[in-house]
Design a protein. Structure first.
Length: 135
């Protein structure tokens, strides 16, 4: 299956997460997961070499999209889960499982707030007010 690994990793508020002033992508996270060592794992040189070759393939891919087989995706997901926090794992799993934000109940940024005009907001007095009352 083909995956777009150029998607940027964001914080819970949707702002890009940076590492040394560079915005992290799904590819960066996958490569780092493949190259990490875990104390809970005892793996031989053959397995390490397999992970190294896959990380090279991801890193050297010049296209936005790359093909990965089921075994490769499974390995990345396993290592990702051991290496990163829930925030990172969730975003990368969404890409690797083919989930889109729309399917997960998020609105695209372009949609604006017209569809959620009855959302509650907290007023200055601490009481909840609807969007219409706040404006």
């Amino acid at each position: 299956m083909k995956y777009d690994l150029s998607v940027k990793i964001v914080d819970i508020k949707g702002q890009p997460i940076k590492d040394s002033k560079i915005e992290l992508t799904v590819k960066d996270i996958c490569v780092q997961s493949l190259l990490a060592n875990f104390e809970s794992e005892k793996i031989d040189g053959v397995e390490k070499y397999k992970r190294f070759k896959l990380s090279q393939r991801l890193e050297n891919n010049k296209n936005k999209v790359i093909g990965l087989n089921v075994e490769e995706v499974s390995l990345i997901k396993k290592l990702l889960g051991m290496a990163y926090t829930t925030l990172i794992v969730g975003q990368v799993y969404d890409i690797l499982e083919g989930n889109t934000k729309e399917e997960d109940g998020y609105l695209p940024e372009e949609a604006g707030n017209e569809e959620i005009n009855n959302t509650s907001k907290q007023g200055d007095s601490g009481t909840n007010k609807t969007e219409e009352q706040v404006n």
